[in-house]
Design a protein around this ligand. Structure first.
Ligand code: FES
Ligand code: FE2
Length: 357
């Protein structure tokens, strides 16, 4: 049978996104293990060509990709020298601040032009990248996650990771955090889970729910805590069959796709297995859970094919107004030029009571 059509080629605006542009905040650029000392790699995020490299001192740096001399892409053939990167075309050397430090012929140096640099933070085995359309500096931190060699955990990379490029926006995934009704219909919980907490706090939004998740035989009680940091990162904690800390990272590639990266740190009871690749029950759990949203029978086909109602906006039941609308309102702060086409505040009161859950 033919697979269902992937709705690639649509922009997020075509999908009825109520906001324009990419949201401000921290994003995952790469896993640390993907970038060895001296490595250079091309990246493309936020409709922008970038280069990432790791200096001889071990620091990760991200710059706009194109050499300011003749426009070569530094991600293809650039080489690391100390904390600088040398262009493959004519050998001009650019430092981590994007300044030219050497022209290996002629006058020796060009002070006229610089390459734009991007704020980077590396922690817990992840390289985070800051995006702000107005160039403003970071004013909050990425989430705190288990340290790279944290005692009591299996190793993160590669066994606890998964990535895929998808054609829907991170906004869908963040709003999904507060959507307990879909957990019954999409994730096959016994009943609609109980939403224990759903509230914004500055750049963070926290949602906690508990319910009975499907298991091999019957159902198991599950408590899920999710915390969004802007629209690019969701930290999760599960406490059921296995205690885990997870990160769902959503980095826009262009106006119609993003890279989803999943990281799962699993607690390890056997000290001899600490820092090793996950095995046994932990491995099975991670394989079952990581990237669950992207399974063909999960949220994926819905997100790939849905359209936000834009004008008029969505209709919320009374409970949804306290969760779904709340999380959407909270995300507005991250969009530079907000063009919210959300519904009028009183519209939800017109939903007939028999349609309210
Ligand atoms: S294009 Fe980079 S040195 Fe000429
Ligand atoms: Fe979901």
């Amino acid at each position: 049978m033919q697979p269902p059509p992937l709705r690639a080629g649509l922009t997020f605006a075509d999908r009825g996104m109520p906001f324009s542009g990419f949201p401000r905040g921290w994003y995952q650029a790469a896993w640390s293990a993907e970038l060895a000392v001296g490595a250079v790699r091309p990246l493309r995020y936020f409709d922008t060509e970038l280069v990432i490299y790791r200096s001889a001192e071990g620091q990760a740096h991200v710059l706009d990709a194109f050499c300011r001399h003749y426009g070569a892409h530094l991600g293809y053939g650039g080489t690391v020298e100390g904390s600088s990167i040398r262009c493959p075309y004519h050998g001009w050397l650019w430092d981590r601040e994007g300044r030219n430090v050497e022209v290996p012929y002629g006058d020796g140096r060009c002070a006229k032009r610089t390459i734009r640099t991007w704020p980077v933070v590396e922690a817990s085995g992840i390289i985070f990248l800051w995006y702000a359309p107005d160039g403003s500096a970071p004013d909050w931190d990425p989430p705190s996650l288990p340290a790279q060699d944290a005692p009591g955990y299996f190793a993160l990379y590669p066994g606890g990771t998964h990535q895929e490029r998808v054609c829907f926006p991170g906004q869908y995934v963040v709003e999904n955090m507060a959507d307990v009704v879909h957990v019954k219909f999409v994730h096959r919980f016994e009943e609609i889970p109980e939403l224990l907490h759903c509230a914004p706090e500055g750049h963070r939004f926290k949602a906690v729910f508990q319910g009975r998740a499907p298991a091999r035989a019957g159902y198991v009680q599950m408590l899920l805590t999710q915390e969004a940091y802007g629209v690019g990162l969701i930290r999760t904690e599960t406490a059921d069959a296995l205690e885990t800390v997870g990160l769902t990272a959503m980095t826009p590639v262009d106006q119609g796709s993003m890279l989803m990266c999943f990281s799962r740190w699993a607690k390890c009871k056997d000290p001899t297995l600490e820092g090793q690749q996950p095995t046994g029950k932990a491995l099975r759990y991670i394989q079952n859970n990581i990237g669950e949203a992207l399974r063909p029978d999960g949220d994926r086909p819905i997100w790939e094919n849905m359209r936000y109602p834009s004008n008029p906006g969505p209709i919320y039941t009374r409970d949804e107004a306290r969760s779904l609308r709340l999380v959407r309102k909270w995300t507005e702060q991250f969009y530079h030029a907000t063009q919210s086409r959300d519904e009028q505040p009183d519209e939800q009161t017109s939903v007939p009571s028999e349609h309210q859950q």
